[in-house]
Design a protein around this ligand. Structure first.
Ligand code: FES
Length: 124
């Protein structure tokens, strides 16, 4: 069997939506850490919520301790790398590896993160 055939027959990953906090627990232009392995940072910019791997890909610093900007970016507090919260892409070094991102939804003021699929990047 070819690799492409085996992947087509693979069972889809289960959804693992987890309630992580209330929306009003995240300060506007702020973030908090979800204690899963690997840790996930949840950010709020106005009414928009994003989730990425919490660990900076440069030198393992928590991005939830960084600076969240209204242009939907986070700047790592340690050495200043900037990541896009929507895509996880590195926008400024010294980091060179993108962040994993995760689906997020808000229902009745509760923030849920789907920790099963990471949209891009390697969560480890
Ligand atoms: S640890 Fe984040 S930029 Fe260095």
């Amino acid at each position: 069997m070819k690799d492409s055939e085996s992947s087509m027959n693979a069972a889809p990953l289960p959804d693992e939506w987890r309630p992580v906090c209330r929306l009003d627990e995240i300060a506007d232009n702020g973030a908090l850490v979800v204690a899963v392995e690997p840790p996930i940072a949840v950010y709020r910019v106005g009414d928009a919520v994003f989730a990425t791997a919490d660990t900076c890909t440069h030198a393992t610093f928590s991005l939830a301790d960084g600076y969240v900007d209204e242009d939907c970016t986070v700047e790592c507090e340690l050495h200043g790398a900037i990541f896009c919260l929507k895509t996880g892409k590195v926008l400024r070094g010294p980091a060179s590896v993108d962040l994993a991102t995760y689906p997020v939804k808000v229902e009745k003021n509760v923030v849920y993160v789907n920790i099963a699929p990471c949209v891009n990047g390697d969560p480890y």
